[in-house]
Ligand binder design. Structure first.
Ligand SMILES: [Zn+2]
Length: 315
């Protein structure tokens, strides 16, 4: 007698890579589905109702990177409810949803889909575990390394502002489209590295760092609405948070200039800020972070490899 799970048709995994370098143009990549290094996981759940007929009761499609730091865009039949590890996930009217896995997410997660007529399907997700680098950084100013009482107060209130901005669940669907690099330049720091500042182990690095001169224009990685625009935070200098909907947001840090305001709608190509070296930074660069609510997402998993940087500087 087949069990319920035996009737679930299991995963089809498709791996696909872009080989062509002419895909690098920012405008060309704008609406393109970024499948580079992505695993497209299609889970078809079909439940046998009677001996006479099979009827598809529910279907979940997940597109994205099933690993620590990965974000996936899911689709269910409109009206279905979704939960991840027991926590309810926002589902759009068209059935789209987002899920994401933190830097240290454990190796398995459970996705439950409840259809409109109450049928429940469970899918266990295998989250690939990653190894992270150790990055040593010297030359951080003492006032940044050992903040005084006034600075600690400022740090706490700024952290609360950031948490609040990232906790929003806006019904926009920008997260389901393509992401692109907010600027071009050498990558000087990656997601997940264990950071050691002046010999002292600190929190891991959650963003991707792109080195560029102060004043270099920065665009938004995807369409969204500005939910935080701060000229100078203690650790992150000029800071912008752009919300892409359903708890997915980009944070752009160490900016010398913030050129947009809270509530502004932005699209890739819009210049939203300029690169700087504010906060805990040893030189000018952009630190691009991504969140799905509290989960830290690796932005590099959502974009094509950094295009070659033109060497047109005269210095
Ligand atoms: Zn950084």
């Amino acid at each position: 007698m087949p069990s319920f799970l035996d009737t679930v048709n299991q995963s089809i995994i498709i791996r696909s890579e872009f080989l062509s370098h002419d895909k690098y143009g920012l405008s060309q990549t704008k609406r393109e589905l970024n499948v580079h290094r992505f695993i497209v996981l299609l889970i078809t759940l079909s439940v046998s109702l009677t001996s006479a007929a099979n009827e598809i009761m529910g279907e979940v499609t997940l597109v994205g990177s099933m690993q620590q730091g990965g974000m996936l865009v899911g689709k269910v039949v409109p009206g279905s409810q979704v939960s991840l590890d027991g926590v309810s996930v926002m589902v759009a009217d068209d059935g789209n949803f987002a899920i994401g896995f933190d830097r240290d997410a454990k190796s398995d997660a459970e996705l439950i889909v409840m259809s409109v007529n109450g049928d429940m399907t469970r899918q266990s997700l295998a989250i690939r575990q990653r190894d992270y680098k150790i990055q040593r950084i010297e030359g951080i100013a003492k006032k940044i390394m050992s903040p005084n009482e006034a600075s600690l107060k400022r740090i706490r209130s700024e952290a609360a502002e950031v948490r609040q901005a990232r906790a929003q669940l806006l019904p926009r669907l920008d997260f389901a489209g393509a992401f692109q690099w907010p600027l071009r330049g050498p990558i000087s720091g990656v997601y997940g590295s264990q950071r050691v500042y002046n010999g002292v182990p600190k929190r891991p690095h959650y963003g991707v760092d792109v080195a560029a001169p102060t004043g270099t224009p920065v665009s938004t990685p995807a369409p969204g609405v500005v939910t935080l625009a701060h000229p100078d935070m203690f650790y992150s200098g000029g800071t912008l948070i752009i919300d892409h909907g359903h708890g997915v947001s980009s944070t752009l840090m160490h900016l010398s200039k913030v050129l947009v305001d809270v509530g502004d709608e932005v699209v890739p190509g819009d210049i939203v800020a300029e690169v700087g070296a504010g906060g805990r930074a040893t030189g000018p660069h952009l630190d691009w972070r991504m969140n799905w609510l509290k989960a830290r997402i690796d932005p590099q998993l959502l974009v094509l490899p950094m295009p070659p940087v033109a060497l047109n500087n005269n210095d």
